[in-house]
Design a protein around this ligand. Structure first.
Ligand SMILES: CC(C)(COP(=O)(O)OP(=O)(O)OC[C@H]1O[C@@H](n2cnc3c(N)ncnc32)[C@H](O)[C@@H]1OP(=O)(O)O)[C@@H](O)C(=O)NCCC(=O)NCCS
Length: 171
């Protein structure tokens, strides 16, 4: 029987934490690797909330370190499943930095990870489909197949000629 589709909001995961001295470089900015790890943790919980199964990181498809994040910053990471395929899920991550005085949150970075739901033996298992609701969720859902194909081509798991969504970009 097909699994009941879910909304992205059902997998929303929010992690808020400080930037401490041991997590920064020589000019007091958060290490990229530390941010990658925090995003991986949030995305992993999000994928598990969607699939209700163990979910492993299959690939990091895109990371944009747009703004440096300073020592002492309050960083909020929001992760949501943007689209699900058979066993894989695209998780979109937005990173916000909160101004200590005003409380206003500014977008600092974003990333896109792919997770695969697996059983106890590590074998991929089926996941529920996604029904996007907001305009942003619909936009991210639409682009997800293209990004999956690009990721598979780069990983050598799909021939470029089979990447229909990528080809459509250039026709
Ligand atoms: C991810 C993993 C389960 C995939 O296993 P696999 O044998 O390649 O399985 P499949 O070929 O059936 O692929 C399973 C799904 O993953 C997707 N996938 C695999 N590699 C991918 C990649 N690089 N980018 C995007 N999707 C990928 C496939 O397209 C497929 O998606 P679908 O079922 O939704 O169509 C396996 O490679 C694994 O366990 N990797 C290690 C995961 C891990 O330990 N992560 C932490 C690293 S420290």
């Amino acid at each position: 029987m097909p699994l009941t589709p879910k909304h992205p909001s059902e997998s929303l995961t929010v992690l808020t934490d400080l930037v401490l001295p041991s997590e920064t470089n020589h000019i007091n900015n958060l290490f990229g690797g530390e941010l990658l790890a925090r995003m991986d943790r949030a995305a992993s919980i999000s994928a598990q909330r969607h699939s209700r199964n163990i979910s492993v990181t299959a690939s990091v498809n895109h990371v944009a370190f747009t703004k440096a994040i300073l020592l002492g910053s309050v960083v909020t990471i929001e992760a949501k499943v943007s689209r699900a395929f058979k066993s894989s899920m695209e998780v979109y991550i937005d990173v916000w930095v909160e101004d200590r005085i005003s409380g206003v949150k500014t977008k600092a970075n974003e990333a896109i990870y792919t997770f695969v739901a697996v059983d106890g033996t590590g074998k991929p298992v089926e996941v529920a489909q996604i029904i996007p609701e907001t305009e942003l969720e619909k936009e991210r859902y639409e682009g997800a197949l293209r990004r999956k194909q690009l990721s598979l081509v780069l990983a050598g798991k799909m021939k470029p000629g089979e990447a229909t969504e990528l080809k459509a970009l250039f026709v």
